[in-house]
Design a binder for this molecule. Structure first.
Ligand code: HEM
Length: 402
């Protein structure tokens, strides 16, 4: 599909990126927006907060590879006054004191401490740890013959694996799993849970200063750039947030595909591919540091640009509408450029997802969906596409592995 920048209306009609219409069929809405506005569309975020949605693959690549012009930090935003205190998107937008939220030159200098520490993760050891975690979780429900794979499996594995990478004792894991889940809700308990995780990360960094180990925090601490303890604690907190739900939903979406789509079921027994529907939909974001032009749009200094990762994955400029592939359709799901998901982190996500799926299929080979595929529901979220539940059935006899 092509568009003519000259015919784009100068005062655009913004589309709400929330509400029933968006939740029902986001892909259809992206198609309409692309047709009406081209690859850069005006949108309203929850609460009527204005932004631009980048629907084009090329536009996202351009914006994410020009951090001097499009900052990762929200201090440039001219619309903070429109944002209510209890805005649920605040955690995604607010700048944090850490190496991830730094301007381009500083990010280049400071981010390698975290990125190199992630690269130091031994993928074989991680695979062994995930296998043990997965086995333990399956033991809890295998005897029943039924399970909700989201609550009992996919949403627990990544955090337990990350706790291992962080060198946290096993005894800390249950409280962490509880707090991370609670912090994603709304209200007072969420704020308290968030505070407890931040405090635990600060304590962890202190402990690793005193007794370094073969773990991620110790490697960041040992990096010659010398990040402060506070920065490291916030980086660890943000990394946990970046890795938990994304990987959990990736595993959940892949399992859904395998249990509902015959084309994937065929490869399931043989290849056991771990590529499914990537969860990332939209991502806040980038802020324009100066007035500029993008795909025929006038972007003002301080405008917010939301990365439309899911829309870009199906951009007809790079993917024909008729495309009927069972391969990796997640070109843009990890974003792009120097703030994109670090490559070693992508590998970690892949290992966790692959091993989690392999162990499940190995232990419960006759697993099937316990409801009609149409009964599966997606969580209402503008950022991530993930299931609320994934009820399955299997023969309980397969419990007797140990
Ligand atoms: C399926 C799994 C995952 C997906 C889809 C995903 C996706 C993303 C996306 C979209 C970004 C933002 C990029 C941007 O601002 O342009 C990001 C950043 C990041 N992700 Fe991931 N991620 C995943 C798993 C993980 C895991 C497992 C970890 C760590 C163990 C991780 C660590 C990070 C970090 C540290 C950043 C910030 C990079 C920076 O700004 O320097 N991610 N990820």
């Amino acid at each position: 599909m092509s568009y003519d920048p000259a015919v784009i209306a100068p005062i655009p009609q913004a589309t709400a990126l929330y509400g029933p219409r968006f939740q029902r069929d986001p892909a259809e809405l992206y198609r309409e927006m692309r047709r009406d506005h081209g690859p850069v569309a005006p949108v309203l975020l929850e609460g009527g907060v204005p932004a631009w949605l980048l629907l084009g693959y090329r536009e996202i690549r351009y914006v994410t590879t020009n951090p001097e012009l499009f900052s990762r930090i929200s201090v440039h935003w001219h619309s903070w006054h429109l944002v209510p205190d209890d805005w649920s998107l605040r955690p995604y937008a607010e700048a944090q004191h850490c190496s991830i939220h730094t301007e381009a030159a500083e990010h280049r200098l400071r981010a390698p401490a975290l990125h190199e520490a992630l690269a130091g993760v031994d993928q074989f050891e991680l695979a062994n740890q995930v296998e043990a975690i997965a086995d333990r979780l399956i033991d809890e429900f295998a005897g029943r013959g039924t399970a909700d794979l989201i609550a009992e499996y996919t949403h627990r594995i990544p955090l337990l694996a990350l706790a291992k990478l962080y060198g946290l004792p096993d005894s800390d894991a249950p409280a962490l799993v509880h707090d991370v889940a609670a912090s994603a809700d709304e209200g007072e308990e969420a704020v308290k849970a968030h505070g407890r995780i931040v405090a635990r990360m600060a304590r962890l960094v202190r402990e690793k200063c005193e007794r370094p180990g073969a773990d991620l925090p110790s490697r960041v601490l040992a990096h010659p750039i010398g990040l402060s303890e506070e920065e490291i604690a916030t980086d660890l907190f943000m990394t946990m947030g970046a890795g938990q739900l994304t990987t959990a939903d990736w595993m959940g979406n892949t399992l859904r595909l395998m249990l509902t789509d015959e084309r994937f079921a065929v490869t399931l027994s043989g290849g056991r591919r771990s590529v499914g529907q990537a969860p990332t939909q939209n991502f806040i974001g980038r802020w324009a540091k100066n007035d500029t032009q993008l795909a025929g749009r006038h972007i003002r200094k301080g405008d917010l640009l939301v990365l439309g990762l899911a829309a870009a994955n199906s951009d007809p400029q790079v993917r024909p509408e008729s495309g009927d592939s069972t391969g990796n359709e997640a070109y843009m799901s990890f974003s792009h450029g120097e703030h994109g998901c670090p490559y070693p982190a992508q590998e970690i996500a892949r290992t966790i997802t692959r091993v989690g799926i392999e162990v499940l299929l190995d232990r419960l080979p006759d697993i099937v969906l316990a409801v009609e595929p149409d009964a599966l529901e997606w969580r209402s979220s503008v950022w991530m596409r993930g299931l609320t539940t994934l009820p399955v059935e299997f023969t309980p006899a397969y419990v007797a592995r140990y």
